[in-house]
Design a protein around this ligand. Structure first.
Ligand code: F6R
Length: 597
């Protein structure tokens, strides 16, 4: 949600460095982009609506500079216009800011600044920050040193309510200041006094893999070196440099047309990587779950569906009830949280605001926090008492695929660990991983493409599943909605007859997710009911059933059936998106990593 990158260092091509980095962050927000470049005389700003993707950076003819920052936007306050794109400048252009998050009290601050003569040009909440900092700097005409700059930015930040990641530059100072409350910012330390500040690591991974994390209510001033400051105490703090294991090429498309299909294909290896966990850690976590007074699985969107799957897997494999809530709804259930409760936050990014809030709520109640997360060093990873890293590598397509199945693998493994059968779980998942490897071949893709061609113009489609495949029906619907823009809904097979079956008419595609378990015959009966009303039945199943109009074969994977069943739907969603000329990597209205509530 909004991509941020800045560079300060010895190289003279700061503008091109940040724009190249911004291209790598475009998955975070892509309705407009902009760049601010500091020269000896002033700050040059260039901003535009649309995607930065194919921009010819050279054509912009931006000045040479050692300090620049750039932003790709996912609109919150104010429509998608050139004026609302970041960076935002104060009236005199003395202060320029970029921002991710929401300043909740911006209207009140804006009114006060207008009274003082400030002229606003955008509808954004962000612009108040530029004007307010300029107002606070008025008493220092001309050049300012980094101490003054830092002090006045800090004073201005104290007046903001809400969540933010800010970068601030001034025409009159060679430093850049970054501050964080709720939205991620990571500092990359390159060689020879080179610094990057970004909302995600792939933005600068070509140049350095040494990072420092900015925590909430912290600020950093970069000026040839770095000074971290605790905004609550005003004191300087020391930061540990962490080496990131991701390789730059892992965050590239390579020979694939889109990240989404590249990441789908990577599932040949990612399940293997996910389950390669430290046995002691898994047993320790299983013990914590077994002893907890109430375990709550929390996630949003796709991660939320993994949590629902966890509840089925725990019930079946280790006969344990676990609670499930979406991050945004969890605070309504905090009354049940006790000191010995356990909250398990599931997330790809580790930065989702709603899930983080749920963790904060549980932490205040004294509960223990566990996270199942992809991005190491993310806010959730650092907030949790215990973390399981799913090791899926950078996931750049907005629609989650490889992180989803890696999370599913971990929750399956945990359920087995809670039953004291960790090795059996591992064996099952190793077998599933090798079955997926066999399944993901060009012939398989072609078979699904033929289906996509048949149904690409439908208005609606439905997905049914039972037991542990019910959450996968919900997840299938999200995947189809977000990239194909076809209206799709997922249902528990048994629920259709209680209402939704009224939606079925001649030719309506309905995907039945089938597992070779006790739910098989019931879900097939539900498919027969749909077919009787004219539905076109697409079976995702280990066996061909008579009711299927189109069969997509999946391996018989036992308790790993949610993992193998979701993969063909991911491929179908991708192919529908491409056939309907949508960009599957950057679906409309969406952004990866939702850092606002
Ligand atoms: C859908 C999707 C989203 C995310 C959700 C939570 O494909 O990716 O629904 O699952 O925004 O994000 P994370 O997992 O980063 O917490």
């Amino acid at each position: 949600m909004c991509g941020i990158i800045a560079y300060k260092g010895k190289r003279p091509d700061a503008a091109s460095l940040v724009l190249k980095g911004l291209k790598k962050l475009e998955y975070r927000g892509y309705d407009s982009w902009g760049v601010a470049v500091k020269t000896d005389l002033n700050i040059v700003i260039h901003k535009k609506i649309g995607k930065i993707g194919e921009l010819n950076i050279g054509k912009l003819k931006l000045p040479t500079s050692h300090l620049a920052m750039a932003h790709s936007r996912w609109a919150t306050h104010g429509g998608v216009t050139d004026k609302n794109a970041h960076p935002h400048a104060s009236c005199g252009n003395r202060v320029v800011v970029i921002h991710n998050g929401i300043i909740e009290n911006y209207l009140q601050l804006k009114k006060a600044l207008i009274k003082k003569g400030h002229k606003f040009v955008s509808e954004t909440d962000t612009e108040v920050a530029a004007h307010l900092i300029e107002e606070n700097l008025k008493k220092y005409p001309g050049k300012i040193d980094k101490a003054i700059f830092r002090h006045e930015v800090q004073r201005s930040l104290e007046q903001f309510k809400g969540r933010y990641a800010f970068l601030v530059m001034s025409e009159d100072c060679d430093s850049i200041v970054a501050a964080r409350r709720g939205s991620p910012l990571i500092i990359g330390k390159g060689h020879d006094g080179d610094y990057f500040i970004a909302s995600d690591i792939p933005a600068f991974l070509d140049y350095t893999n040494e990072v420092m994390y900015l925590d909430d209510d912290e600020m950093v001033v970069i000026d040839g070196g770095h000074d971290f400051i605790d905004l609550k105490t005003g004191k300087e703090i020391k930061k540990r440099i962490v080496k990131i294991e991701w390789k730059a090429q892992e965050a590239e498309k390579g020979s694939f047309l889109h990240f989404m299909i590249k990441e789908i294909m990577e599932q040949k290896e990612t399940i293997h990587r996910a389950i390669n966990q430290n046995e002691k850690l898994m047993k320790k976590i299983a013990d914590a779950i077994n002893k907890a007074f109430g375990t709550y699985f929390i996630g949003c969107g796709t991660a939320g569906k993994v949590c629902i799957a966890a509840s089925y897997l725990f019930s079946k494999i280790c006969k344990k009830h676990v609670n499930v809530q979406f991050g945004s709804e969890f605070p309504n259930f905090q009354h049940f949280i006790k000191k010995n409760s356990l909250l398990v936050a599931v997330s790809q990014s580790g930065e989702t605001a709603d899930t983080l809030e749920a963790m904060e709520v549980a932490k205040k109640k004294g509960a223990k926090l566990l996270t199942i997360v992809n991005v190491e060093g993310s806010s959730m990873d650092r907030m949790a008492d215990l973390s399981i890293h799913i090791k899926a590598g950078p996931e750049k397509a907005v629609a989650s695929t490889k992180a989803t199945t890696a999370q599913l693998a971990i929750v399956t493994l945990l359920a087995y660990a809670c039953a004291g059968r960790l090795n059996e779980g591992k064996k099952l998942l190793i077998e599933a991983a090798s079955q997926i490897n066999d399944m993901l071949n060009p012939r398989y893709e072609k078979h699904i493409l033929e289906l996509a061609e048949k149904i690409k113009n439908v208005e609606s489609m439905y997905v049914i599943g039972r037991g542990m495949n019910y959450p996968m029906a919900l997840e299938s619907a999200i995947k189809l909605q977000e990239v194909s823009y076809i209206h799709a809904e997922g249902f528990a097979g048994g629920e259709l007859k209680h209402g939704p079956i009224a939606l079925i008419s001649k030719g309506t595609p309905c995907i039945a997710l089938v597992a070779n378990d006790e739910t098989r015959s019931d879900v097939i009966s539900n498919a027969i009911e749909i077919k009787a009303r004219g539905g076109f039945i697409i079976g995702v199943s280990p066996r061909r059933e008579e009711v299927f109009d189109y069969w997509i074969r999946v391996p018989d994977a036992g308790d790993a059936s949610p993992i193998v069943n979701i993969i063909p739907v991911q491929i179908l969603a991708y192919q529908l998106a491409v056939l309907r000329k949508n960009n599957p990597d950057m679906p409309r209205n969406l952004a990866k990593s939702v850092t606002v509530k």
